[in-house]
Design a binder for this molecule. Structure first.
Ligand code: SAM
Length: 333
């Protein structure tokens, strides 16, 4: 396994600035996939005119959004400003989605601050064109606050719909076999138990997902430098359930490009957006890397290995020693 981790790019302003020279998109630009499937826009998710340009008249079946919800980024301890900002990208989603569409939003609930911003986001959504459908919890393997509180291990995923969107029930099953019997019921005069009646030998994911591994550096899908990468399996589950092959999926906060790669894997088209040229570049590179190697990420390597081999300043900014960067260890895929 390579040992070329990048630090968090968002927290290292000099590294972030240096990486911009290797980015093919400038703010406002849109990358068209040469294979014709996907688009990536270096855009602000709240900019209605730019989002319309990205969509160019196409309607998406599904939106999966994972906005930053660290309110410190908004220079305000109050959720109001954050919620007003959310309201704007929800309106952009409204115009990008088909009348029969699904919207999934990952959002945190700060347990020491009245579960914000999740609580106020839910209230804001009452005034939009979407109906609430489910509140999914994904269980993390790592948590915090274990000594004087319940360990915090959940990630919230809101599911909204409008019209009559697709829902493929096969996608709602896990790989976990059913092991508990029970729920006896008489059918045609015969007493049956749940395993005899059920459509699958496996349990449904339901709205508490316990079977998804958080991303870490030993996993193929890991993208070093990204700080908020979601597991591919969670996106595959959402996409299988709430879209069909060839459908368009929008992701307004694409970061490492998880929705993009899951869409490629499942023969959907992804129109992805990130405001930051560096994360747009990483998402494009991740797609190219996947098409070249079949790998969904770089494990403990990184998306800028070629540049690191040539650019000592980049290595220094990334905190990578010359030994690590020696030709032998940076064999480029
Ligand atoms: C939590 S991350 C998304 C993680 C993603 N789901 C993944 O699996 O990699 C949020 C991303 O939103 C981007 N972002 C922040 N403000 C934005 C805006 N106004 N418009 C578009 N993207 C924005 C950030 O640059 C960051 O990459």
């Amino acid at each position: 396994m390579k040992n070329l981790p990048l630090p968090r790019i968002d927290q290292n302003s000099r590294l972030h600035e240096h990486l911009q020279r290797y980015c093919r998109l400038a703010p406002g630009e849109i990358w068209q996939d040469p294979e014709g499937s996907h688009r990536i826009g270096c855009l602000d998710a709240t900019d209605q005119a730019r989002i319309s340009r990205l969509m160019a008249g196409t309607k998406a079946t599904l939106a999966i959004h994972d906005p930053p919800y660290n309110m410190v980024a908004f220079d305000s301890a109050e959720p109001a400003e954050f919620i007003a900002w959310c309201s704007r990208w929800v309106d952009c989603t409204d115009s990008a989605l088909d009348d029969d569409g699904s919207l999934y939003v990952w959002l945190g609930a700060d347990q020491s601050d009245h579960f914000q911003p999740l609580a106020d986001f839910m209230i804001m959504m009452r005034s939009k064109s979407f109906r609430s459908r489910s509140l999914i919890t994904m269980r993390n393997q790592r948590g915090y606050g274990t000594q004087k509180n319940w360990m915090a291990v959940r990630q919230e995923l809101l599911y909204y719909i409008r019209g009559n969107p697709v829902f493929n029930i096969d996608a709602a099953y896990t790989d976990i076999p059913k092991i508990l019997r029970g729920y006896y019921k008489d059918i045609d005069g015969k007493t049956t138990e749940n395993l005899q009646r059920s459509k699958s030998k496996n349990i449904r994911a339901g709205n508490v997902w316990v079977d998804i591994q958080q991303v870490f550096y030993r996993m193929d899908e890991n993208v070093n430098g990204c700080y908020a990468q979601k597991p591919m399996k969670s996106y595959e589950r959402i996409i299988r359930a709430s879209s069909n092959p060839q459908d368009v999926i929008v992701d307004f906060f694409c970061h490492s490009g998880t929705a993009l790669i899951a869409s490629e894997l499942l023969s959907r088209r992804c129109f992805a957006v990130d405001i930051d040229p560096v994360f747009c570049e990483i998402a494009i590179r991740r797609l190219e890397h996947f098409r070249r190697t079949g790998k969904t990420g770089w494990q403990n390597g990184n998306p800028f290995e070629a540049e690191l081999a040539e650019d000592p300043q980049l290595g220094a900014l990334a905190g990578l020693s010359e030994k690590k960067l020696s030709k032998k260890e940076t064999a480029i895929l």
